[in-house]
Design a protein around this ligand. Structure first.
Ligand code: PMT
Length: 414
C-alpha cells in the first residue's frame, strides 16, 4: 500500500519563484497515493500556471474567493474541511504576515482561517526578508497557533544573494508529509495489530437455487471493522453475503457458507491478535445438497404427490470455538444473539467457547438483526458494561475502545 493512500492534501501556493518546485511536490504526493488539490494566490499564478497544476493533479485549481462556479463545485468551507493536511509551499513573507494577522482577503487565507486541518508551511523569500524581525515574529505567532514550519534552507537564492530563505526541495517536502502520516498511524493504539472479524450471515445451500440463511445485514460487523481500522489496526474481514461495500483500508474476504467462513477464518487467525465473531453463522446446514433444483411431484390434477418435504440437517463447525481453542493467545470476542435469558446465556457462551469477552445483544421483535441501531451488554471474566441503544457505527467505536483496553491489559499479563 502506498504511504499516502486515501490521504487528501491541499497545497497552497503563494507568490514566489519557488512556486515552480510545487509542481514536482504535487507529483511526488500523487505518486505516493495522495489525492491533491491546489489553491493559489493571485501572485502565485504569475509564477506557475493553474493549468500546469490542474493537469498534474487532475483536479481544478482553486484561486478565487468569490467564484460562483467554484463554490458550486466545492466551496471554500468544503475545501477547508476536505483536506487531511494543508501544505503551503512556497509561503511568502506577505502570506505569512496575513496569516499571522488573521486576514481572510483571498481564498488561501480564508481557508486557513476556516479549517481545523493541520497547516504546514514552507517559507521561501529573500534572506533579509526572512531574517527581518517582522517575519520572525509572524512565524513565531503561527507556530504558537499550531502551524508547523519547515525550512527555509540556506543556499544560493534566485535574487543572487546567499543565505537562509530557499524553500525546501519538493522531495524533502513530500518526505515530511509521509512522516507526518506515519507518526499519526504509529501512535494509534492498535498500530501493528491485526484484528480478524467475521460478519454477516452465511448461506447453506439446499439445491442449486435455494439456501437457508438469516436476517443479518453485516452492519454491526462492518461498523466494528471500520472502528478497528480507525484505531490503527490491520483489519481482516471475513464476510458472508451482504449488500455493503468493504470499509476503507479493510481487507475483505467474501464467503458464502459456514464451512467456507470456517476455513478462511482459521487460516487468517494464525496471524491475528484479536478475533471478533459478529457473524450470524448457521448452526446447521443440509446434510445433502441436491445436484438439481428440488421439484414438486404433481399428478395429472396438479396435486402434489409428496406434500411434505423433510430436510436432514447436520451441525456446522463452531468457528468461534475452534479459533479460540486452536489459538489460545488470540484475544477472542464472541457475540451472543439471544431472544431470552440474555446475560445467563451469554455468560455460558463466554465459558463454553473459551472467550476473553462476549457481547450480548437481545434479538428478535425488531431488535439487533438488520437494524441501524443496537444495544449491547459487554461481559468479560471480571467485569461488565452496558452500552445503550445507539447507531451501530457509534456503538462499534465504544465497543472497540473497551476491547482495546481489555486486550492491552491482557497482553501485559500474558
Ligand atoms: O448483521 P446485523 O444485521 O448488523 O446484526 C448484527 C447481529 C445481531 C447479527 C450481531 O450483533 C450478532 O449478535 N451476531 C452473533 C449472531 C449469532 O450467531 O450469535 P450466536 O449466539 O448464535 O453465536 C454465538 C457466537 O458464536 C457468535 O459470535 C457467532 O459468530 C459464533 N458462531 C456461532 C455458530 C457457529 N457455527 N460459528 C460461530 O463462530
Amino acid at each position: 500500500m502506498s504511504a499516502l493512500n486515501n490521504k487528501r492534501i491541499l497545497i497552497g501556493i503563494s507568490g514566489g519563484i519557488a512556486a515552480y518546485k510545487t509542481a514536482e511536490f504535487a507529483r511526488a504526493l500523487i505518486k505516493n497515493g495522495a489525492e491533491v488539490r491546489v489553491c493559489m494566490t493571485k501572485a502565485a499564478t504569475e509564477f506557475i500556471t493553474p493549468l500546469t497544476l490542474q493537469a498534474l493533479t487532475g483536479n481544478p485549481v482553486h484561486s478565487e474567493l468569490l467564484d460562483p462556479a467554484a463554490e458550486a463545485a466545492m466551496g471554500h468551507i468544503e475545501l477547508a474541511r476536505w483536506a487531511d493536511l494543508i501544505m503551503i509551499a512556497p509561503a511568502s513573507a506577505d502570506l505569512i504576515a496575513r496569516l499571522a494577522n488573521g486576514h481572510a482577503n483571498d481564498l488561501l487565507s480564508t481557508i486557513c482561517l476556516a479549517t481545523e486541518t493541520p497547516i504546514h508551511i514552507a517559507p521561501a523569500m529573500n534572506r533579509l526578508m526572512w531574517s527581518n524581525a517582522a517575519t520572525q515574529n509572524n512565524c513565531k505567532t503561527l507556530s504558537q497557533r499550531g502551524y508547523t514550519l519547515h525550512g527555509p534552507a540556506e543556499g544560493e537564492q534566485a535574487c543572487g544573494e546567499t543565505g537562509a530563505g530557499r524553500m525546501l526541495e519538493a522531495q524533502e517536502l513530500a518526505d515530511i508529509v509521509i512522516a507526518v502520516f506515519n507518526d499519526e498511524v504509529q501512535s494509534k493504539p492498535l498500530f501493528g495489530k491485526t484484528v480478524l472479524i467475521t460478519a454477516g450471515p452465511t448461506r447453506e445451500a439446499i439445491d442449486p437455487v435455494r439456501y437457508i440463511s438469516n436476517r443479518s445485514s453485516g452492519k454491526m460487523g462492518y461498523a466494528i471493522a471500520e472502528a478497528a481500522q480507525s484505531l490503527g489496526a490491520d483489519v481482516q474481514l471475513v464476510s458472508g453475503p451482504v449488500a455493503l461495500e468493504a470499509p476503507n483500508k479493510v481487507t475483505r474476504s467474501l464467503v458464502e457458507s459456514a464451512s467456507q467462513m470456517h476455513d478462511k477464518t482459521m487460516n487468517l487467525a494464525e496471524s491475528a491478535d484479536i478475533f471478533i465473531a459478529t457473524a450470524a453463522v448457521a448452526d446447521y446446514s443440509p446434510a445433502n445438497i441436491a445436484d438439481q433444483k428440488i421439484k414438486k411431484e404433481v399428478d395429472a390434477e396438479n396435486v402434489n404427490k409428496n406434500p411434505e418435504l423433510t430436510l436432514a440437517l447436520q451441525t456446522n463447525k463452531d468457528i468461534l470455538s475452534d479459533v479460540s481453542h486452536a489459538f489460545p493467545n488470540l484475544f477472542s470476542v464472541g457475540f451472543a444473539a439471544e431472544t431470552e435469558n440474555l446475560i445467563k446465556n451469554a455468560q455460558a457462551k463466554l465459558q463454553r467457547k473459551k472467550l476473553d469477552m462476549i457481547v450480548a445483544n437481545q434479538v428478535g421483535e425488531n431488535k439487533g438483526f438488520d437494524k441501524d441501531t443496537n444495544q449491547i451488554e459487554i461481559i468479560w471474566h471480571d467485569g461488565q458494561l452496558s452500552l445503550p441503544e445507539q447507531d451501530k457505527k457509534l456503538l462499534a467505536i465504544e465497543l472497540m475502545k473497551v476491547i482495546t483496553e481489555r486486550f492491552s491489559s491482557s497482553t501485559l499479563q500474558r
